[in-house]
Structure formats: C-alpha cells, structure tokens
Unconditional design. Structure first.
Lengths: 211, 438
C-alpha cells in the first residue's frame, strides 16, 4: 500500500461523489457504438457455480471486479480473495482524535485558558474529563465507521452502469452475476469474455458506461 | 393430514424426529476430528502437573499458616482471602458463562463448554475455603469483618444494620450461596456428562430451562456474597455497584482461565480441529469486552463517589489512596484497562493461541491485584500493628499461590474424568463448522 495507490483510490472514490471535480480519463476501451466500456457481466444460475467461477476469476489475477448475489454467501470473501478492510485502522485513528479533542476542549478551557472552580474540585482533576473523553471517542469512531464505510464502498450513488443491463435486475431474485470492470489492468475484451465462458457464465454481455 | 400423523411419530419437546437426530449423531460421529484420542485425555498425563500444583498449593497454605502465627493473623487471613476470592471469581464466572451459553442456545462455545463446566463444578474448593474464613471470623469475634465485634459498646450504625449484619444470618446466607452454586454447577455437569453416554437430546432443553432459573439465583447470590465478605470489610461503606464490580472480575477471570486451559489442552495435542483459532477469537472478544466492562464499572463507582464527596463513601477510596496504596491505583488503571485494551483490540492477539494464553495469565494476575486492592488495605487500617514490609509481601504471595495452586490442581484432576467436549450436544454440528466472517 504505497502513497500512489492511496491517491488513486481517493481519486476513484472522489469521482463518485464529486464527478464535476474529477474529469473523466479517456476510456481504455470503446464499444462499437462509440460509448466507453464499463466492463463485462456474466450470469450464473446456482450458488456453487458462481462460487467456483469467483475462485477462477480470483486466480486469473483480476482486482477490479465484483460478485452480485441475492443473498450473502459464506466464504465468498475468501473465494474472491478480498483483503481485510482498512476501516478498523481508520476508526482507531478517529477514536484517538476524539479523545484528543475532548482533552484539549476540557483541560484547555477549564484549567489552562480560563481556570474555573467547579464544586470546589481541583482545576486539573482528571475524573470529570473521562466521560467526555469516552463519549467523544465513541462519537467520532461511530462517525468514521459509518462514513468511512460509505466512502470505501462508494455508496450512496445515483446510478451504476450495471443498471443499464436489463437481465441484471434478476440479481434481487434468483440470479448471480460476476462483473469485471474495464479499468482492471488485466482486462481484455476477448480474454475476459473467454474466462467467464469457461467459468460457466451465461448471457455474457458488454456493459457500456453511458453518461 | 391424519395419514402423515400416522406415519411419522410426533416430535418430542426439542421439535425433532428420532430418525433425524440419529442421522445427525451419526454425521458427528463420522467426523474424523471426533476420534477418541482427540476428545479424551488420560488421567496419567495430567497427574504430574496436578500433583505439582497441589504440592505448591500445600506449601503456600503452610507458609500462610506460619505467617498467621509468626507475623500477623489479620494479614495472613487477608492474603488467604485474596486467593479465595480470585478462585471463587474463576469458578463463579464459569458458572455464569455456562448459564448464558445454555439459555442463549449458543453453538460456538460447545467445544469449550466442558472446560467451563469442569472449572465451575470445582467451586466446592473456594466454597469450603470461604466457610473456613467465615468460621474463623465468627469464632474469633471478627478478624477482618470488624462488624462481628460488638464489644465496643453502643454503635448506632451497627445497631441499624444488625438485622442483616449478624453472625447467625451471615452463616445461613453462606450455606444458601453454597447450595445454589454447588447445586446448579453439579446438575449441569451431570446432565452434560449423561448426554455424552446416552445421547439424550432433551437434556439440552432441560439445561436451558434450569439456566433460565439459575441466572437470577446466580446474580443475587454472587452480589450478596460480595457484599458479605468484601464490601462489609468496612461496615460503614456501601455501594450499589459492588455486586456488578465483583461480577466483572468473575467474568474476566473465568474467560482467562478457560483460555489457559484450552491452550494447554491444544499443546497436549488434544481438541485438534475442535477448538480452533475461531473459538479463540470469540473467547478473546469476550475477554476484551470484560476488560472494558470492568473498567466501566470500577470507574463509574469511583467517579460517582468522587463527585458527590460524601464522607461515608469517600473514606473507602481515601484509605486506599493515602496509605501507601497509590501505586496500585495507577497499576490498575494502566495494567487492568489501558494495556490489555490496546493489546486485545488487535485481531491477531485474539486469534493466536499463545498470545491469548499469555493475556489470560496476565489478566489473572490483574484480577488478583484487584482483590488485593479490595482486601489488603483494610488489614492495617485502624490497628496498632505495622506492615512487616518484605515479609508481608511474601505472605501475600504465599496466600494467593497456596489457594490458586490447590484450586488449579483439583481442576486438573477433574479434566480427564470426562471427554474434553460434550460429545452429543444437540448444537455440536454447528460448533464444528464455526467461523468468524470478516
């Protein structure tokens, strides 16, 4: 995890929320009708099939891809090769910041800048600061968990290119999909299609990214 | 409709057909991890360790007895009580976890549950010890429990509290606690062992029913026992959080002890594939939760007393913060909360067997120090005797090691008496495939 990949991640997440500030790069692949290619989607009818296919796609070295299912499938994160999230570290950082703000806010105002006598207790008594330290730590951690989670998975969003695919709506009912994005460095329109065919996918379709 | 009813016998109270249950038992029995070598440990392989612990315990008790005669009787009794209430916390906490596991129908801890049951049903060791302590207190007219001594003339506070704080009722209460603790833990162990042999699936349902009734009994008996022996060390003091404060130590100490026992069994080559890093992960999560719970409870108790500043409450803390015990306050804040919090928050600590075992040993030491914090400052308070210094520290260590050595030895002798996990538990099939998802 180097600085460059972090910047790239931030850029791709930022372009979801603020598309006006992030000019779209020229598409790597263009369809016959002249639109940018989002990726290739394949359809599966059964859980074991999509599970085995996900392992195949993982072993082929793809990184920008996803499996869409009507319900959670155990061990899918292993089959997809998903790494542990950065969210706990972010939440831990937020907790430290929250506790730090609480210490500065209380100690700074009641002992350092404007010493205030409350109930005859010492100015620098640490005991009354603890509940606020606890609460602010919890508050910022909870905020980071919610908003960090949303930022990492790119939700909420107004539109997704996969919704232009009519059959994809069955993902809420009885079908499983694997979508490989064109921005993946390994993406190749012919090889990727062949991989999904070998993995047992049906109705393999090229998805266009139409603004 | 009537045809179906005629073909299939009605399910019993567990809602299961006999044939389905047999199929499930056959599937569990055919699991390669459930072979006899993996699920049982021979008595010969633990005898050496058990004897070593019992000898260390006996030497510790002997040194405590010598200290009682040659150094200070109050001090020796205090050191003994520190050990007794740590051992009691370990087995009471185990009893609590069995009750919770049964009443929630929990499936993940089933492969660990037999160790909880072994430790909980060893509760007769600390119970005998608290009976000895109570007999000494009553016959000597109050050694550490100064409210038993009514020779000082008129005392209005003691007169008001006399309906509760009197010697006969004190002894009756201890008998009630002993009956509740020994009774529930032995019935649950008996049913658990019986289901190993008979495969009776209704026993799990019966254990769940008993656990539902057992939880309030456990809560009341634990809280009142901690009032009787620990809070009444200073009869003027009272805290409504006291029962929860001792219970937090119970939960933490028992989880730490089970983490150690499970690690030792894994090191002996037992329970391979049955107690995995997934089970240790969940055990570690509970240990982490109880580290935070202990800190939350003990700080809340301290914070309210500090803020309201009422003399009859604050003197409990003043006697511990102004008589050479300040170091323990700092040690408990950092060592019992901040350090284990930062260490246990990492996923790796909870999932690595040896690291969690190390945390278990460390946290047991912290529970002992918590008991020292409760009991030891009272020994030399308002007496003419002086603290003997280094000899007193050796006496403290001897008392704690003596009690915990005997307790550990009895637990070790108990472990090989039954299989290392409930072999035919109704929920075992779920536990065998337990996994924490990211």
């Amino acid at each position: 995890m180097d600085m460059k990949s972090i910047m790239n991640d931030a850029k791709s997440q930022g372009s979801i929320y603020f598309p006006m500030f992030f000019p779209k790069p020229a598409p790597k692949f263009v369809s016959e009708s002249g639109n940018a290619v989002y990726g290739i989607v394949a359809e599966f009818s059964e859980t074991p099939k999509v599970f085995r296919a996900a392992k195949k796609v993982r072993d082929a070295g793809y990184s920008k891809w996803d499996v869409h299912t009507p319900f959670p499938i155990h061990d899918m994160e292993e089959a997809m090769g998903i790494k542990t999230t950065k969210l706990p570290l972010m939440a831990g950082g937020a907790a430290i910041v929250g506790v730090g703000i609480a210490i500065l806010l209380q100690w700074g105002t009641t002992d350092w800048l404007y010493p205030t006598l409350v109930q005859g207790k010492p100015f620098d008594a640490w005991q009354p600061f603890v509940p606020i330290m606890f609460e602010l730590g919890i508050l910022l951690t909870a905020f980071m968990c919610i908003f960090g989670m949303l930022a990492l998975n790119g939700l909420p969003r107004f539109h997704h290119p996969l919704f232009s695919h009519e059959r994809f709506y069955r993902v809420g009912n009885d079908r499983f999909f694997i979508a490989i994005e064109a921005i993946d460095p390994n993406f190749d329109p012919i090889k990727t299609k062949k991989l999904l065919e070998e993995a047992g996918g049906t109705d393999i379709t090229l998805i266009e990214d139409v603004d | 409709m009537s045809q179906i009813a005629a073909n299939k016998p009605a399910p019993d109270i567990t809602g299961m057909q006999e044939a389905d249950w047999q199929a499930r038992l056959d599937k569990i029995a055919s699991d390669p991890r459930m072979n006899e070598d993996n699920t049982t440990i021979s008595a010969a392989s633990v005898r050496k360790a058990a004897m070593l612990m019992l000898i260390i315990g006996a030497v510790g008790i002997l040194v405590t007895l010598i200290g009682a005669v040659s150094i200070n009787f109050r001090h020796a009794l205090g050191a003994f009580e520190v050990g007794v209430f740590t051992a009691l916390a370990i087995s009471l906490g185990s009893l609590f976890w069995i009750l919770v596991f049964h009443s929630l129908n929990a499936s993940w801890p089933i492969t660990l549950r037999r160790q909880f049951e072994n430790i909980a049903s060893t509760i007769w060791v600390p119970v005998i010890m608290i009976v000895i302590v109570a007999l000494i207190e009553v016959t000597q007219g109050g050694v550490l429990l100064t409210w038993l001594d009514r020779s000082g003339g008129y005392n209005h506070l003691l007169d008001v509290k006399a309906p509760y704080l009197n010697a006969p009722f004190f002894m009756v209460r201890i008998l009630i606690y002993a009956m509740i603790w020994i009774g529930i833990s032995h019935i649950l162990l008996k049913w658990s062992r019986k289901s190993d042999e008979t495969g009776d699936r209704t026993l799990g349902r019966k254990a769940r029913f008993l656990s539902g009734a057992g939880i309030p009994l456990f809560a009341l008996s634990t809280a009142f026992a901690s009032f009787d022996f620990l809070m009444s060390l200073d009869y003027r003091f009272f805290s409504t959080m006291w029962g929860v404060y001792y219970f937090a130590s119970c939960g933490l100490a028992s989880l730490s002890a089970v983490a150690i026992v499970a690690t030792l069994l894994r090191k002996a080559g037992k329970l391979d594939g049955l107690v995995t890093e997934e089970h240790f992960h969940d055990l570690g999560k509970l240990i982490f939760a109880f580290v935070v719970f202990w800190a939350y409870i003990s700080f809340s108790q301290y914070f309210l007393i500090w803020y309201s500043n009422i003399p009859e409450e604050t003197m409990w803390y003043i006697s511990r913060q102004q008589h050479g015990w300040q170091w323990l306050f700092v040690t408990m804040t950092i060592g019992h909360f901040a350090l284990p919090f930062l260490l246990l928050i990492w996923r790796k600590t909870k999932r690595t067997t040896m690291l969690l075992c190390g945390m278990g040993i460390y946290l047991l030491v912290m529970v002992v120090l918590d008991m020292v914090w409760i009991i030891r400052p009272m020994v030399y308070l308002n007496t003419t005797a002086t603290d003997p210094g280094l000899a007193g520290i050796w006496l403290d260590i001897a008392g704690v090691v003596g009690v915990l050595g005997i307790f550990g030895g009895v637990v070790a002798l108990k472990i090989p008496k039954s299989p290392l996990l409930p072999l035919k538990d109704p929920m075992l099939h779920e536990c065998l495939h337990h996994k924490n998802y990211v």
